[in-house]
Design a binder for this molecule. Structure first.
Ligand code: ADP
Length: 273
């Protein structure tokens, strides 16, 4: 049996997956990127291999992607996040149909990708100015409201009044705005809902630039936040397709690409023999 690994080194989190040759996800892991990027990545990689009962030598191909992808010396291949995200979303999203549009909200940027019916990337847009509408924006909001990012969903659904208007486009300015809203007597729940609707509006504007076609797939860590998902669905009037483990979509796509390259190399070797 051949096994393939994918590592997506994002601005905030390192995501890792191991798949078998039938493209089954054997295991996945999420670790903080931190400052010692290669060390943290390799530690998480070895932990994941132990968890799935494999050794480094069992992995036929290791593919890295994400902003820190070039930092991993032992990688067999590095690919762009857009390619990896498209490959991963198409496969992980199969249960919903053919993925035609991807919204990816990461730690520091938001991307919208449109695919044709064969999965080829046809258009792409990104917003990374001021961490507007990204995971960092959500992390900052949670920190100021003294809750964890995992609680944002619950707070969203418990909002009784109107969502507080959060207008700042920069995460830094939004921080002062949130403090002001707390001082003005808004509940934390109303502020959380306001943050989600503000991110939802901005995300939809970005996605419209590439065209919104079904199946519309949502991934990245913030796709785990059910409050944000509800806000985007409300604003858009459409249902989002979200897999069980949306944060590892891009790492999964990297592993798939590794398998393809490995199979191609094997067939070349056979031809030459
Ligand atoms: P990147 O690839 O840029 O590192 P990720 O796609 O890994 O970004 O997303 C990181 C963000 O995901 C974090 O900043 C955090 O806001 C959000 N996040 C991660 N886990 C959860 C969770 N369980 N619930 C809600 N949000 C989460």
């Amino acid at each position: 049996m051949n096994y393939y690994a994918g590592i997506d080194i994002g601005s905030t989190a390192i995501k890792l997956v191991v798949i078998d040759e039938e493209q089954n996800l054997l295991g996945s892991k999420v670790a903080a990127t931190g400052a010692l990027v290669e060390k943290n990545s390799m530690e998480a990689y070895r932990q994941l291999l132990t968890e799935v009962g494999l050794k480094e030598s069992d992995i036929s191909y290791l593919t890295t992607t994400g902003y820190g992808r070039k930092l991993i010396q032992s990688a067999d291949e590095t690919i762009s996040e857009i390619t990896a995200n498209a490959l991963g979303a198409r496969k992980m999203g199969e249960e919903f149909g053919v993925v035609r549009t991807i919204i990816n909200i990461g730690g520091q940027d938001t991307k919208a990708i449109s695919l044709d019916e064969h999965g080829t990337v046809v258009n792409f847009a990104m917003n990374d100015r001021c961490a507007a509408g990204t995971g960092r924006f959500l992390d900052m909001a949670a920190r100021n409201l003294e809750i964890s990012v995992e609680q944002l969903g619950e707070f969203h659904f418990n909002a009784k009044g109107t969502p507080a208007a959060v207008n700042a486009t920069c995460a830094v300015f939004a921080e002062s705005e949130i403090i002001g809203l707390l001082g003005g007597g808004h509940s934390r729940e109303e502020i959380v809902a306001g943050v989600h609707f503000s991110i939802a509006k901005r995300t939809i504007r970005l996605t419209k630039r590439v065209g919104i076609n079904d199946v519309l797939y949502f991934d990245g860590g913030p796709a785990l936040n059910k409050g944000l998902v509800a806000a985007i669905e409300d604003e858009l009037g459409k249902t989002l397709a979200i897999p069980k483990n949306p944060q590892v979509t891009t790492a999964f796509g990297a592993a798939l690409q590794g398998q393809e390259v490995h199979l191609f190399e094997l067939s070349e070797e056979r031809e030459q023999a």
